[in-house]
Design a protein around this ligand. Structure first.
Ligand code: BES
Ligand code: ZN
Length: 458
């Protein structure tokens, strides 16, 4: 960190906070169609920022869904070229009543910024924007070549991104992709994520008659879709926590002794974790520790279930239909499309008679494991240690970032997951936040990382 950069950052802190809050005010929820305009507005905002700091070829690129923002700065001959990825879309805000103030009216409380997207992932895009701006403003040049790829559909399974990457393969030549959309493990000790789970999301729709029936007049004679759905869901998982879909585990790569030792070495107090969640017990697949279950084993969870009468009091009906959203977290080498077919076939097989059952594919993403010993990962570790004052932990995350596998397979790039949000930032939850000291330190980490990468032997 040069004195010049430090002085620039110190004198522009107010402006930086203002631009962070401005970005968070745009309600770019990718999953809800009524916010499509806001997603475009967020993309335009990011593009405007890139242009004004001197990034070139800035484009709000059409994808068939929410646009990708692209821009590059390629004037560091001989230095590595890095794709920097983040997502400007955010999760929905429900349950809105649990927010301290409106989710898109961000505010500073103590040393935190509270607002949807403050950490996942607009805050992390903002870190990159401000780091780039500060380096260009003070040095007139970056130490590495950067290509920014900021998408707007990550929280909706990045449905259109792979096609865009395929179509732009030629211009996306690079040495490395850096994804800033992950976080720390515990407290404020930095972490580098080296494993992400994949995902396969489905909706199961069970239907019988055109309208609800009187449960006295018809009960006993016809199938009840809600009961049928419960039967289907109950068949999916055993009491041992194992998923009963035939073939589900066929492609799962087993943990090695080294993998298990790495999980066991993480600072983790199971009792503390359980108590903080307010739970009487932790549950999961037999034979695995909590961290292994969460970071390296596949799951199947109902995300939502509905049908029939939901109001106060009772209503004696047999509902005409019932529905569930179900998602599986996947691990290497499970393929979301294969898992979808296996799951669909099994649901149809265990479905009781007397109803129609449909299984819709709601999207997916592939799992990934990235290299701990890659020079670019080691350089990231040095940058984190230099700025956060502690060496990073290496963790496998239970969450999913579909583009990680796509960078590896479509563009053939190594990936470094350089993220900055501790678990108490409440990503996806009410009162999502980011600590301003972390936001500020992370800007310095990014600057230091580009210097570290530029120093690597080619
Ligand atoms: N930032 C998260 C992914 C993540 C979560 C990384 C926890 C590290 C730790 C990302 O924005 C996210 O939530 N992804 C979705 C993807 C899904 C909708 C395809 C997820 O994991 O649910
Ligand atoms: Zn995210």
């Amino acid at each position: 960190m040069t004195d010049e950069l430090e002085t620039y950052l110190a004198t522009t802190a107010d402006r930086r906070l203002a631009s962070y809050l401005e970005f968070l005010r745009i309600p770019s929820i990718s999953g809800q169609p009524e916010y499509a305009g806001a997603c475009r507005e967020a993309a335009e905002w990011v593009a405007g920022q890139l242009t004004s700091m001197g990034v070139e070829h800035v484009e709000v690129a059409e994808t068939g869904g929410h646009p990708v923002v692209y821009g590059d700065w390629l004037h560091a001959p001989g230095a590595p070229t890095v794709i920097v990825y983040g997502h400007y879309d955010v999760q929905p805000v429900d349950p809105i009543e649990l927010w301290e103030t409106a989710p898109f009216e961000p505010f500073v409380k103590g040393d935190r910024v509270i607002g949807r997207g403050s950490s996942d992932d607009k805050g992390q895009i903002h870190i990159h924007l401000r780091a780039t701006e500060a380096i260009l403003a003070t040095r007139g040049a970056l130490p590495v070549n950067l290509r920014f790829v900021f998408e707007g559909e990550e929280e909706s399974s990045s449905v259109h991104l792979d096609a865009w990457l395929e179509a732009n393969r030629e211009r996306l030549t690079a040495d490395l992709a850096v994804i800033s959309d992950s976080g720390f493990f515990d407290g404020n000790r930095p972490a580098i994520t080296v494993g992400l789970r994949g995902i396969c999301s489905v909706q199961v729709d069970v239907r019988t008659t055109a309208v609800d029936l009187h449960s006295g007049s018809f009960g006993g004679a016809v199938q009840n879709p809600a009961n049928a759905l419960a039967q289907i869901i109950a068949a999916l998982k055993g009491p041992d926590g194992r998923i009963r879909v035939p073939g589900f585990y066929d492609d799962v790569v087993a943990l090695t002794e080294t993998d298990r030792a790495a999980f066991a070495a993480l600072p983790f107090d199971e009792d503390e974790y359980r108590t903080a969640l307010g739970l009487p017990a932790l549950v999961g697949e037999a034979g695995y520790s909590t961290l292994e279950r969460r970071g390296s084993r596949p799951t199947l969870d109902v995300n939502g279930i509905w049908g029939g009468f939901q109001g106060a009091g009772s209503k004696t009906i047999i509902p005409a239909h019932a529905h569930a959203k179900i998602s599986c977290r996947l691990v290497v080498d499970q393929e979301p499309s294969t898992i979808f077919e296996l799951l669909r076939a099994f649901v149809l097989e265990v479905a009781p008679p007397g109803c129609s059952v449909e299984v819709q594919d709601l999207g997916g993403g592939r799992p990934s494991l990235t290299a701990i010993d890659h020079p670019a990962t080691e350089a990231a570790a040095r940058a984190l240690e230099a700025t956060f004052g502690a060496a990073p932990l290496y963790i496998r995350e239970g969450g999913s970032i579909p583009v990680c596998a796509s960078f590896e397979t479509i563009l053939g790039l190594p990936v470094v997951l350089l993220g900055f949000t501790p678990p108490d930032d409440n990503a996806h939850a009410p009162n999502e936040s980011m600590s301003l000291p972390n936001h500020e330190t992370a800007i310095r980490t990014v600057a230091s990382y580009w210097d570290e990468l530029a120093r690597l032997p080619r």
